[in-house]
Design a protein around this ligand. Structure first.
Ligand code: ADP
Length: 405
């Protein structure tokens, strides 16, 4: 027995799907189902159905548009496309044939007739409309398609405007939230400092230890708020450029990160050149360093190593942060610099982030006219390399993707 060709049935009605599948299945056909025009086109693209049955009244692309799209696929040249429709009004058949269908069957489906009709089309039956009628019907069909297209463009334009407005409101909210969080945080750090210095009275060992935990978590919270705040600000503002000695900034970050690495059971190795004064934004660059190191420590299991290398070359500063942690899958390497993107939240230990860090790193680095690159192998680790040129830094505005507002 020769193998029966596959039938693709594009139909959103479940009862009809079942009926056709049962009737044609009983005759040895394999019936593939698609519930709308786009899904049908996708299925037809990757398979070679011997015949395509398409209901005219389906969601998304309608049956006529779907048929026209199917007809444009060279590999389906020999596969008849048959319209199935409850529309028996005058002109419906001509419309289907002019749109590219090879035949037209009316609903309701007749289970006794269907196998024979299908077999006829597979054997070569084709229906045509006379050329003058076809021209007229095609013109009307084109007009309808253009009207639908016009409506779609209008809908999409409106949806886009609504999304832009929602994005603007979200940014506004994030900015005001970060500002509101910052004020109490500043007061907390002041009091923490007083307590730790013993200005408010001597602390016993247990109190000091408890305060260490508070301090560590406070620093974490502070970084998240700073990330959010700076990301929002840097998207619209320029960098605060100045000539500064990076040493102070670096030692400040190193002290914090050493404590963090120790807490995580990760070895922290530094190889830092003597650093000449730099023209840049010290606060922003501190965040760059903090975020790269924070990630490296966060995504490296106990016993691993994080290495920070700072090279002061005549024309550029190079920051390299290397870890032998969980690594990043290749397909995620591009996306990790998008705001709020995280590869897999479960990979990070309990101190989860908000996916803002690397977006901020990229904004700041580009704002300094530099670049950030990453190499990574899953389960072996990652290397982030930042290059900051020593010429005059550029405005952030010029380097960022245009904002919607
Ligand atoms: P997060 O707040 O989640 O750390 P980031 O923007 O800093 O946000 O990083 C985005 C994602 O990139 C992280 O969630 C993580 O999946 C991945 N990532 C960044 N740095 C590393 C690293 N050193 N090792 C493994 N994955 C990393």
């Amino acid at each position: 027995m020769t193998e029966k060709p596959k039938i693709l049935y594009i139909e959103d009605n479940f009862d009809n799907q079942r009926l056709v599948q049962r009737v044609l299945g009983a005759r040895g056909y394999e019936v593939m189902l698609a519930a709308d025009g786009m899904a049908g086109v996708a299925l037809a693209r990757e398979s070679l159905p011997g015949l395509i049955l398409v209901d005219v009244n389906i969601p998304g692309l309608d049956g006529y548009e779907t048929a026209a799209r199917l007809r444009s696929m060279p590999h389906l040249r020999e596969s008849p496309v048959v319209a199935l429709t409850a529309d028996v009004s005058p002109g419906a058949r001509e419309r289907a044939l002019a749109a590219g269908c090879d035949g037209y069957l009316s609903k309701p489906i007749d289970p006794h007739q269907l196998p024979r009709q299908i077999a006829e089309f597979i054997a070569g039956r084709r229906e045509f409309v006379p050329p003058p009628v076809e021209t007229r019907v095609l013109r009307e069909h084109h007009q309808r398609v253009v009207e639908r297209l016009e409506q779609r463009v209008k809908d999409l334009t409106e949806a886009n405007a609504a999304l832009q407005e929602a994005d603007r409101l979200k940014n506004q909210f994030l900015t005001s939230l970060s500002h509101e969080l910052r004020t109490p945080l500043t007061s907390v750090i002041g009091y923490l400092d007083l307590l730790r210095r013993g200005t408010l009275g001597e602390l016993n060992t247990r109190q000091s230890e408890a305060l260490d935990v508070v301090q560590r978590n406070f620093m974490l919270l502070n970084r998240h708020v700073n990330n959010l705040l700076y990301l929002q600000e840097y998207r619209s503002n320029q960098l605060a450029l100045t000539v500064f000695a990076p040493l102070h900034m670096v030692s400040h970050v190193l002290a914090e990160m050493k404590a963090r690495a120790q807490h995580h059971g990760v070895e922290f190795v530094t190889d830092v050149d003597e650093l000449a004064p730099l023209h840049g934004d010290p606060v922003a660059l501190e965040l760059v360093l903090e975020n790269l190191l924070d990630n490296a420590i966060k995504f490296t299991p106990v016993g691993g190593t994080v290495t920070l290398t700072l090279r002061d070359e005549p024309s550029r500063l190079i920051i390299r942060v290397e870890d032998n942690g969980v690594g990043i899958p290749e397909e995620a390497l591009e996306k990790i610099f998008l705001p709020f993107y995280r590869v897999d939240a479960s990979l990070a230990d309990t101190e989860c982030g908000n996916g803002v860090g690397l977006a901020l790193v990229q904004h700041v680095v580009r704002g300094h006219g530099g670049q950030v690159t990453v190499r990574s192998t899953p389960d072996h680790g990652s290397v982030f390399t930042v290059t900051i040129p020593k010429h005059q830094a550029t405005n952030l505005d010029e380097t960022l993707t245009p904002r919607s507002e």
